[in-house]
Design a protein around this ligand. Structure first.
Ligand code: FAD
Ligand code: NAP
Length: 339
């Protein structure tokens, strides 16, 4: 039988770390039916399936003996519009930043703090993307896709997504098991800006009324000034998660390092900025062969040119060892490492 889907062999994979990587098969899916057909093709060839987006949160090996599935559904559909809110269904292939800018322009509010985060809408629920005090989960109402094991279409409610800080069911029970094809959002029709992060609030000191468009623009400006652009210095954003320690461990660290910032969590633990730990360990701008920790932002690991996965992981290991020996705090890599 002739496949009706786009089923290609030996394709190079784009990724913002610019690591050389090639997959045995790549399927470009227009919708959930294409995914179902692709799973059948993959099974026939004995390949497991790996959903990918724009490769901005992955550390890829040179070779993936898998069938990589990407979505090219760029539809945005209004499901329901009321006085206070609008419900939309967005295809997994829509670029995240494009959704944010289009939403703000349409008067659909809430996502503005998440401007300029790279990647696709389909990947956004996976790590429950967040920035400047806002998380995706606040605006998602359902996630649609295909269960790759049972080979059925399935829709998950917000509770079933098990969203947490940079975490979800798609990183845990449904890891490698669910291809997201569309996401439903409920956005606000009345502005309700979130200026809880001082770096953002400081931009608007004295302003009585701050519009979502102004917040979106400010986030873009702040990010462009603080973060290395992957097109210029290939990177995967924050390379390590912010570690969370219990209160006694935080107090002990503060006694030794009074300048250590710490953010109290609802459960009484403290979130520590990994960037501060790396910088204080003297590793901002540190290079090891073809990889380095960015001079511009200590938490961002950059490919200096010609790095492969092993080079990136060797540097990450060194950074983890240095931070652990100095602060007795374990860093964990944030992007997904394959292979
Ligand atoms: P990929 O990197 O391709 O994939 C990431 C993971 O999602 C993989 O495990 C993959 O299997 C899975 N996945 C992808 N698509 C699907 C799908 N359709 N169905 C099921 N699983 C899928 N993240 C933040 O949270 N906040 C930030 O502020 C932020 N800033 C960043 C800044 C820079 C410069 C960079 C490079 C990254 C940043 N990130 C940030 C990380 C990244 O942008 C997000 O994690 C983004 O959601 C990844 O999207 P992607 O399409 O590139 O996914
Ligand atoms: P920043 O403003 O310099 O702050 C450093 C860290 O302190 C951040 O990681 C942030 O945690 C935490 N923080 C700051 N103010 C806080 C507050 N009021 N309450 C709780 N925590 C606070 O951070 P940045 O590196 O320039 O990044 C800005 C935002 O973009 C952050 O939200 C960050 O997560 C996000 N970002 C994420 C990635 C990624 O790849 N995941 C890459 C770039 C930027 P949080 O990280 O928990 O917000």
């Amino acid at each position: 039988m002739q496949a009706s889907v786009d089923w290609n062999s030996e394709q190079d994979l784009i990724n913002t770390l610019a690591l050389p990587s090639r997959a045995r098969r790549v399927l470009t899916a227009r919708n959930a039916d294409d995914v179902l057909e692709g799973v059948a093709l993959a099974r026939r060839e004995g390949l497991s399936v790996l959903p990918l987006g724009q490769g901005s949160n992955v550390v890829l090996p040179e070779r993936l003996e898998q069938a990589v599935f990407v979505s090219n559904d760029v539809s945005i559909q209004v499901l329901d519009e009321r006085r206070g809110s609008v419900s939309i269904r967005v295809g997994a292939g829509v670029g995240w930043h494009a959704l944010v800018t289009q939403s703000v322009a349409n008067g659909w509010f809430g996502l503005e703090n998440l401007a300029l985060i790279p990647g696709t809408v389909g990947a956004a629920p996976v790590q429950n993307i967040g920035a400047y005090g806002v998380e995706l989960s606040a605006f998602v109402s359902a996630v649609h896709g295909v269960d790759l094991e049972d080979v059925v279409k399935r829709s998950l409610t917000i509770n079933e997504c098990e969203f947490a800080y940079r975490d979800s069911v798609f990183k845990n029970a449904l890891r490698d098991r669910f291809m997201i094809t569309a996401v439903d959002f409920v956005l606000l029709r009345q502005a309700q800006v979130n200026l809880s992060y001082p770096v953002l609030a400081n931009r608007f000191t004295g302003d009585a009324c701050v519009s979502p468009q102004a917040v979106c623009d400010a986030v873009v400006e702040i990010r462009q000034s603080r973060l290395p652009d992957p097109a210029v210095a290939p990177n995967a954003g924050s390379f390590f998660k912010n570690p969370v320690v219990d209160a006694p461990a935080y107090e002990a660290l503060r006694a030794a390092y009074p300048a250590l910032p710490g953010f109290l969590q609802p459960d009484g633990s403290y979130k520590l900025p990994a960037a501060w730990l790396i910088e204080t360990a003297g590793l901002r701008g540190f290079t090891m062969g073809t990889a380095g920790m960015a001079e511009q932002h200590a938490l961002v690991l950059v490919n200096l040119g010609g790095a492969v996965q092993g080079d990136v992981l060797a540097l990450a290991e060194f950074v983890k060892e240095q931070v652990s020996s100095r602060f007795k705090v374990a860093l964990e890599i944030e992007p997904r490492v394959y292979g």
